[in-house]
Design a protein around this ligand. Structure first.
Ligand code: NAD
Ligand code: UDP
Ligand code: UDP
Length: 318
């Protein structure tokens, strides 16, 4: 009998987004091969999938070649939060660049369709607002965020060169700030920091004056966007922005988290980190047009509710 389940490789599959993607792909009826070196991901994130006969886990660093047979590749491997990607910045650039080369080489050899999780950080500290895909960005190439931003920019270059040169089927998503269960409690990102601080009754650390803005997308909405983008026709390459256009100041987020957790925490001010973008909001016109009217459905308060519940459980267990 012919085996007709498609085999999908998810690099970075034991991370926050990767674990949600693996879950969703299993529901969709794929065989999933999760590859991760556990730099920031954990076995706990995928422990509930290990008994699934259609799920396989391989410990591997994508900066080294990988020879497997797959039909589709989602390339998510890369530390994503500033404190994680700045811990070993050279490795961060290698992961984006060598990782992309290896996964593109793999895709070329086996004829697989390949998806890249790029980032809104390719826009740097933007002077166009909101950011459409046509905006070329304002990135400092020698600053502390460059290992991530420039690594991701170079990965996009590689994807488009493999597409032009080798006619690879590529899908590039530019992901904006996303949150939800299985974010790392100690990754220094604003949603996890504020919730953990609130749950522990510690001061909420607001960097700068809190007037900088971000737009937060709940993980389920993002993963829906991933699946829809991967399933578009071969003529669609992206880059496509995926994120939630509801923009808010970081101070508003702090106040909302305090209110929703019922915390007694006070807000304390800390210096704004170097090259911290002042504003960020996706223009999702393209995503709506190309991805069957895709747009985020989960409102921030609902998404925060679920995320707070997850972190409460983490705190209770520790
Ligand atoms: P994460 O840190 O939870 O996941 C990244 C995963 O990649 C981890 O499991 C980590 O162990 C793994 N990894 C890192 N280096 C590796 C290597 N060399 N080889 C194999 N595995 C490696 O972060 P996330 O938030 O799930 O991000 C996933 C992807 O989405 C990343 O590429 C990130 O740049 C991108 N992204 C995320 C966001 C967001 O808001 N979460 C925003 C923009 C882009
Ligand atoms: N590669 C891999 N798995 C494969 C095929 C290739 O990891 O199944 C890696 C290999 O390390 C290679 C890179 O992908 O260096 C780029 O491959 P490509 O065929 O594009 O280039 P070349 O092999 O000519 O350098
Ligand atoms: N931020 C903050 N307090 C924190 C963590 C982050 O005020 O404890 C701010 C940070 O300076 C930035 C915003 O929140 O302006 C989002 O930070 P995050 O690291 O989550 O994402 P990114 O800067 O990569 O968008």
């Amino acid at each position: 009998m012919k085996y007709d389940r498609k085999r999908v490789l998810v690099t970075g599959g034991a991370g926050f987004l990767g674990s949600h993607l693996c879950e969703r792909l299993l529901v969709e009826g794929y065989d999933v091969l999760c590859v991760d070196n556990f730099f920031t991901g954990t076995k706990a994130n995928i422990a509930h999938l290990l008994d699934n006969p259609y799920f396989e886990m391989m410990r591997h660093d994508v900066t080294f070649p990988l020879y497997v047979e797959v039909d589709e590749i989602f390339n998510l491997a890369c530390p994503a939060s500033p404190i994680h990607y700045q811990r070993d910045p050279v490795q961060t650039t290698k992961t984006s660049v060598h990782g992309a080369i290896n996964m593109l080489g793999l895709a070329k050899r086996v004829g697989a369709k390949i998806f890249q999780s790029s980032t809104s950080e390719v826009y740097g500290d933007p002077d166009v607002h909101p950011q459409p895909e046509s905006y070329r960005g304002n990135v400092n190439p020698i600053g502390p965020r460059a290992c991530y931003d420039e690594g991701k920019r170079c990965a996009e270059t590689l994807f488009f060169d493999y597409w032009r040169q080798h006619r690879l089927r590529i899908k590039v998503a530019r992901i904006f700030n996303t949150y939800g269960p299985r974010m790392h409690p100690d990754d220094g990102r604003v949603v996890s920091n504020f919730i953990m601080q609130a749950l522990k009754g510690e001061p909420i650390t607001l960097y700068g004056d809190g007037s900088q803005t971000r737009s937060f997308c709940y993980v389920d909405d993002l993963i829906e966007g991933f699946i829809r983008l991967m399933n578009t026709g071969d003529e669609i390459t992206g880059p496509v922005n995926l994120g939630n256009p509801r923009e808010m100041t970081i101070r508003q987020l702090a106040e909302l988290v305090v209110q929703m957790t019922g915390a007694k925490s006070e807000i304390v001010y800390k210096p704004l980190p170097a090259d911290d973008p002042l504003q960020r909001k996706p223009d999702i016109t393209q995503a709506k047009a190309l991805l069957n009217d895709w747009e985020p459905k989960v409102v921030l308060e609902q998404g925060l509710e679920k995320t707070i519940a997850y972190f409460r459980m983490m705190v209770a267990r520790s």
